[in-house]
Design a protein around this ligand. Sequence first.
Ligand code: FE2
Ligand code: FE2
Length: 262
Amino acid sequence: MNTNREIRINTNSGIRINTIFNNNTFDTVFNNNSTVGEIVAIMPKAAEIFKQYKIDFCCGGNRKLLEVIKEHNLDEEKILEKLNEIFEENSKVKTNGKNFLEMSQNELINYIESTHHVYLRRVLPELNELTTKIMRVHAFKHEELFRVHKLFSTLRADLEQHLMKEEEILFPLIREYEKEYEKNPNPQVFEKVKQVMKETEDEHEAAGDILKELRRITNDYNVPEDGCNTYAITFKTLEELETDLFQHIHLENNILFKNWRD
Ligand SMILES: [Fe+2]
Ligand SMILES: [Fe+2]
């Protein structure tokens, strides 16, 4: 699909996007009601700006951008300007060459499993060793490392169950629905998917809360002066986990689950 987009800032009404799909011109307007999740779904790179300003775009993705800006007393003009710059830089709706909005549900699930789930299965055991190691060596001087270890252990246990639930229950149900029932809706299967999806979203929220707490108690993953190399690697890896998990939850909450909402 040939996609051309143009974005203009209008600080009264938010961000305006004119979009051309297959020569059919229509306007998509981001206005005062546009949510953070919608903006990232259309412009994935906006996530970088939101991270910079600590605007939650995964679990808090259904909140209106302008409300969040006001609530946290952020510079609206600057943020809209940065969104505009990103748009101009990266005018195609793609991240890593992927257009998530054009994927079928099955394709998106395959992508999530083969990238984000595989990443978590690799990094969680690694971080378990790392957080244990720095706790052993440094916690007598940096007591917050006990809490880092505990929070990470909870996150790890929760995520291991969560991945299993998605892979064994939720994703097979969505695939089945897309294949069998899209043309002939089945209310029972539909309700079942929505119920599991709701549990899944609650789990995302809990994981997001733990990540926020980890960031807070580590002072934005700031390594103290007496911190060793392992200390630095641990914090860097925790921060990478945060980035990956935010993108992962965003793809599920704001794109994959979107069609299932009322
Ligand atoms: Fe997932
Ligand atoms: Fe998930």
